[in-house]
Ligand binder design. Structure first.
Ligand SMILES: *[C@@H]1O[C@H](CO)[C@@H](O)[C@H](O)[C@H]1NC(C)=O
Ligand SMILES: *[C@@H]1O[C@H](CO)[C@@H](O)[C@H](O)[C@H]1NC(C)=O
Length: 357
C-alpha cells in the first residue's frame, strides 16, 4: 500500500471518536464552572458588546491564563454557561460576535487539553414560557441549537454540548411539592427538549454526529430525575446532569429565611450518610445502566458558614462523585478562584482538588 493511502486511512480514523462515553467520564476528572460570566444577563445591562455582558456580574473578561490557572489545580474540565438571548435577533438569529466569543473561550479550554461543556443557561428566564407558549418556545430552542451545532461542528470531541441548565421543570404545569397538575405533560416538555437537542446536533454533521452530549435532568434534581417519567433519548453518547446543593439550608441560606433556618455547619454522620444515599440513587438509575452522570454544579455559600464544614462538603461531594463514576463541577461565581491573581482565595479549597487525582 502506498504511503499516501496509509495516511489517508489514518486520517480517516482520527476523525472518528476513539472514546466511549464511559472512557470520557473517567478522563473528565474533576470540573469547574466558569460561573457568572457568559451567562450574565439583565435588562439593565448596556449590551452593545459581548464584553459588556461578560463582565456585567463583576467578573473580568475570561483569558487563557485563567484557564491555565484552573488547570494547575488539577481540574480537567470546565463548564461554560451561556445566555444566548443576550445577543439574538427577533427571528432568533444569534449575533456572530457572541458565537465567536464563545468559541474563543472553548478554544482556550480544549487547546489546553481540557474538556469544555457548553449549554444554554437560564438565559433570562425564557424557559418558563414552555408552560404557556409551547410552540414558540420550541421554535426558539431549536433555532438556538441549530445555530450552535452548525457553528461548532468542526470542533473536536473535547467539546460537549449540554441541552440546558436546571430550568427543565414547570411548577405551574405540575407542582412537584403538592403533586397537583399534569406530571406527564411537565416531564414530556423536558423529554421532548432533550430529544430535539439530540436530533438537531446529530443531524448537523461534522464532528457532531459523534459528539458526547449532556442531557439536563428534571430540575437537575436527583429524586425528580430518577423518576421513570424522565426519558433518556436512545443514543450511545449521552450523559445526564444533576446538580447538588443539598441541604440547601447549609449550601444556600446565609441567614434564616421563611422557608428554612440557616445551617452553619455540615458533616455529621447522618448528613454524610444522606449524601451517600443520594449519590447511590442516581448511580443505580443511570451509571449502572450505562449512562454516565455529571454533577454539573455543586457548592455552598461561605458567608456565616463554618469553614471546616465548607471544606468537608466540597470534598465529600467531589470524592463521592468520582467514586461513583461521575464528574463533579464546582460552581464558582468568582468567589473561589480569584480570576485576577489566578489562585484560590481559600487555598485549602484549591488543595482539595490538587490532591484528588
Ligand atoms: C452603551 O455602550 C456603547 C458602547 O460602549 C456606548 O457607545 C453607549 O454610549 C452606551 N450607552 C449608554 C446608554 O451608556
Ligand atoms: C473534527 O475535529 C477535528 C479536530 O478539530 C478536525 O480536524 C476535523 O476536521 C473535524 N471533523 C469534522 C468532520 O468536522
Amino acid at each position: 500500500m502506498k504511503l499516501v493511502n496509509i495516511l489517508t486511512i489514518l486520517g480517516g480514523i482520527s476523525t472518528t471518536y476513539a472514546m466511549t462515553v464511559q472512557e470520557l467520564i473517567k478522563d473528565m476528572g474533576v470540573g469547574w464552572n466558569l460561573g457568572n460570566t457568559l451567562e450574565a444577563c439583565g435588562d439593565w445591562i448596556n449590551g452593545s458588546t459581548v464584553k459588556q455582558y461578560e463582565t456585567s456580574w463583576g467578573n473580568p473578561e475570561t483569558t487563557e491564563e485563567m484557564i491555565k490557572g484552573i488547570k494547575s489545580y488539577g481540574f480537567k474540565s470546565i463548564r461554560v454557561p451561556v445566555a444566548w438571548s443576550n445577543l439574538i435577533a427577533s427571528d432568533y438569529t444569534i449575533n456572530p460576535l457572541l458565537l465567536a466569543r464563545a468559541k474563543e473561550i472553548v478554544n482556550y479550554i480544549i487547546n489546553n487539553d481540557m474538556y469544555a461543556i457548553m449549554n444554554i443557561h437560564w438565559d433570562n428566564g425564557w424557559f418558563e414560557n414552555f408552560a404557556t407558549k409551547e410552540e414558540e418556545s420550541f421554535t426558539k430552542y431549536r433555532r438556538i441549537w441549530e445555530q450552535i451545532s452548525d457553528y461548532f461542528k468542526d470542533v473536536n470531541e473535547n467539546l460537549i454540548f449540554e441541552s440546558l441548565n436546571e430550568e427543565g421543570c414547570w411548577n405551574t404545569v405540575w407542582n412537584r411539592w403538592s403533586n397537583q397538575g399534569d406530571k406527564s405533560k411537565a416531564y414530556g416538555l423536558l423529554n421532548e427538549m432533550n430529544q430535539n437537542f439530540v436530533d438537531i446536533v446529530r443531524n448537523s454533521g461534522g464532528n457532531n454526529t459523534e459528539r458526547h452530549l449532556l442531557l439536563a435532568g428534571y430540575c437537575t434534581d436527583i429524586d425528580l430525575t430518577i423518576d421513570e417519567a424522565y426519558v433518556v433519548p436512545k443514543d450511545d453518547r449521552v450523559m445526564v446532569s444533576v446538580h447538588y446543593y443539598t441541604p440547601s439550608t447549609f449550601t444556600i441560606l446565609e441567614e434564616d429565611a421563611d422557608w428554612g433556618k440557616a445551617q452553619p455547619t455540615w458533616g455529621s454522620e447522618s448528613e454524610v450518610e444522606y449524601l451517600l444515599n443520594d449519590f447511590k440513587k442516581i448511580k443505580t438509575r443511570f451509571v449502572d445502566n450505562g449512562i454516565p452522570v455529571v454533577i454539573g454544579e455543586y457548592g455552598t455559600v461561605t458567608k456565616n458558614k463554618d469553614i471546616n464544614s465548607v471544606h468537608k462538603f466540597l470534598k465529600t461531594v467531589a470524592e463521592t462523585s468520582l467514586n461513583s463514576g461521575m464528574c463533579p463541577f464546582l460552581w464558582d461565581n468568582g468567589e473561589h478562584f480569584n480570576r485576577k491573581t489566578l489562585v484560590f482565595r481559600d487555598e485549602a479549597i484549591g488543595e482539595i482538588y490538587k490532591v484528588m487525582l
